[in-house]
Design a binder for this molecule. Structure first.
Ligand SMILES: [Zn+2]
Length: 607
């Protein structure tokens, strides 16, 4: 993908200003973090020195430039700022924002009559804004939105439809309105269509908000009306009726006042933080911007990682199965039957580390350390034959094991995972590294509120390829980096009872690597164990690439076949449990030692 540097980007925008501006005589400055114009200068957020922008980001910024230029050309700034200023002073936020929305509809319409080529860039901005509002509304726990909540956006969505902007998110947004609301919206949009100057926009905007308010509060409105009618008849009322009327009228007044407060309260304003779009946000690692578009449109609000300490919070039945039973029966079962495989491999790796370590200060004597006699004894499982060396600086390694918990994982596969995880953990513990085990049993759709469930179902029916899961990502941290394996045996064994759901691997990767990234070690490795293809190959490969771009090595371990190996740094396929002991540990050893060592005891050539 082509990238734009800061310089190239700023040049493109400034040239655009000259070409588009014509007789406008506009200055463009890059400063601060907002895009706006005051009638003679267009301000675009400044960019960090080393930023690289994608074509999409550049087009969004260009779109802003075109939009602001359109304000300069068509907005009557005196009328606009006077009206909006007064509205803000009297606390009428909704009306002030609606003035902006209607004015925007007007200026973009006029602008495109002159500069049809702007359509593409304006369309991208609107798609991005729609995408944000779509996820904002998905997160709200309501089955029907009131106008004070959705009104500003609704006018903008309807306008996007009129102008033929990108429908991807907009059409889904419009689908959140009831048929009755759609009908109302048509009426209001007729008003918007009729405007021919800023003064019209200000008038129409306020009329629309008044009507929206009336509609939202029709109960209060009709109550007030009936009270008025009763008042007209005041002289004919008995004292008792008069008292009642006064009481009713006070109540209705209070209610109307409360309504007014809600009406003026915080509303969702459909806008875009351009600085954020341009600078990206990568979870605080301080590295280059990297937009995670694959994960963003959908809410992560309900995603969660359960662990030893928080598993009881939501009574999720899967977490219950993993953490509820404190006996380590399942763990012991696997370890008993395969302990020799694991311990032999593990010891060899530890020994090799000792040898590796020594090479550093003795130099050239690697054969001397791998004493053949001792190896034979090690194979026989006698653990007294060697002393484990204390942790060396070189083993500053964090490993995160992510185990597929989809319903296709059978008992034998899960046993393999338990075995391999235990072996990797034990090895790392012995040589001073650290290890986390994440188990991913699909997720629980019941955690979503009903409207979100529906929206998700609809999105997947519509074939929305950016969303591969119908549930929140609820994973289980079997063992954290800080935990000792001995405290986590029961949970590790219990994964045999905890499978469910599908394989939303790409979302799980995005969720879990953020735990690995801040670890204070030199080397970071993510081991992904799966027994089937991920829900979406393209997105999964993107996610793996993303993690690799953060200097994390990704290893794919396929059970039965290779599913994700081609995208990973390394790739191991295992077919049965003995394979697992050898193949996984062998590869793991090679990896830790930089290919020099083979746990099967074939000494490898140093490349
Ligand atoms: Zn505007």
């Amino acid at each position: 993908m082509s990238k734009f540097s800061k310089d190239k980007f700023e040049r493109a925008i400034t040239t655009g200003a000259k070409v588009l501006g014509g007789d406008l005589d506009v200055d463009v400055v890059f400063i601060g973090n907002r895009a706006f114009t005051n009638g003679s200068t267009i301000t675009i957020p400044s960019l960090p020195e080393d930023v690289e922008l994608t074509l999409d980001q550049v087009n969004i910024a260009r779109g802003y430039y075109h939009h602001e230029a359109a304000h300069i050309r068509y907005t009557d700034f005196d009328v606009y700022s006077k009206t909006v200023g007064l509205l803000r002073e009297s606390g009428e936020e909704q009306k002030a924002e609606m003035c902006n929305v209607v004015e925007d509809c007007f200026i973009e319409r006029e602008w495109m009559k002159e500069f049809a080529g702007s359509h593409k860039m304006l369309s991208i901005i609107h798609r991005t804004i729609d995408q944000n509002s779509y996820s904002a509304f998905l997160d709200k726990d309501q089955d029907k939105f009131e106008w004070w909540d959705i009104g500003l956006c609704a006018i903008q969505w309807r306008d996007g439809q009129e102008k033929g902007y990108d429908p991807m998110f907009r059409d889904r947004c419009l689908d959140m309105l009831t048929p009755e609301q759609r009908h109302k919206l048509e009426g209001w949009y007729d008003l918007v269509r009729s405007v021919t100057c800023t003064a019209d926009c200000m008038k129409v905007a306020q009329q629309i908000v008044d009507e929206m308010f009336e509609h939202d509060h029709s109960d209060t409105m009709s109550e007030l009306k009936s009270i008025e009618e009763r008042m007209d008849n005041w002289d004919n009322l008995t004292q008792e009726e008069k008292d009642k009327l006064v009481e009713d009228s006070m109540k209705a007044g209070d209610k109307a006042e409360a309504d007014q407060k809600t009406g003026n309260g915080k509303v969702y304003v459909p806008s875009l933080d351009l600085a954020k779009v341009l600078q990206g946000d990568d979870g605080g690692s301080g590295k280059k911007p990297q937009q995670e578009m694959t994960y963003r449109p959908f809410t992560t609000q309900y995603d969660k990682i359960y662990d030893r300490n928080n598993w009881e919070e939501d009574h999720w039945h899967i977490a219950e199965k993993v953490f509820g039973d404190k006996a380590d029966t399942e763990y012991q079962k696997v370890m008993k039957s395969h302990n020799s495989t694991v311990s032999v491999m593990q010891r060899k790796i530890q020994r090799a580390f000792g040898a590796h370590d020594l090479r550093g200060w003795e130099g050239g004597h690697e054969t001397g350390r791998l004493d053949a006699r001792m190896l034979t004894q090690a194979y026989q499982g006698n653990s007294n034959v060697h002393r484990i060396r204390t942790a060396s600086q070189e083993v500053s390694t964090s490993v995160q094991i992510v185990i597929d918990g989809s319903s296709s994982m059978n008992y034998a596969n899960l046993q393999m995972c338990i075995l391999a995880s235990a072996a990797v953990c034990k090895t790392l513990e012995a040589i001073g590294g650290e290890c986390e085990i994440i188990f991913m049993p699909g997720g629980d759709a019941n955690i979503y509120p009903e409207p979100l469930k529906m929206a998700v179902r609809k999105a997947s029916e519509d074939g929305n390829t950016r969303f591969t899961r119908g549930t929140p990502i609820t994973n289980i941290c079997i063992k954290g980096f800080e935990d000792r394996l001995s405290r986590c045996r029961s949970a590790l064994g219990n994964i045999v009872n905890g499978t469910c759901g599908t394989t939303p691997l790409h979302e799980v990767i995005h969720q879990s690597y953020r735990r690995l990234l801040p670890r204070n070690t030199n080397r970071k490795i993510q081991l992904l164990v799966t027994d089937g293809g991920p829900d979406n190959n393209l997105l999964c490969s993107e996610a793996i690439n993303h993690v690799r771009s953060k200097d994390i090595e990704v290893v794919g371990i396929g059970i039965g076949a290779d599913y994700i190996g081609e995208w990973c740094d390394r790739n191991v396929v295992v077919r049965n449990i003995d394979d697992f002991g050898t193949a996984v540990m062998d590869d793991f050893a090679r990896m830790l030692l930089g290919e020099r060592f083979n746990a099967k005891n074939e000494r490898r050539k140093i490349a």
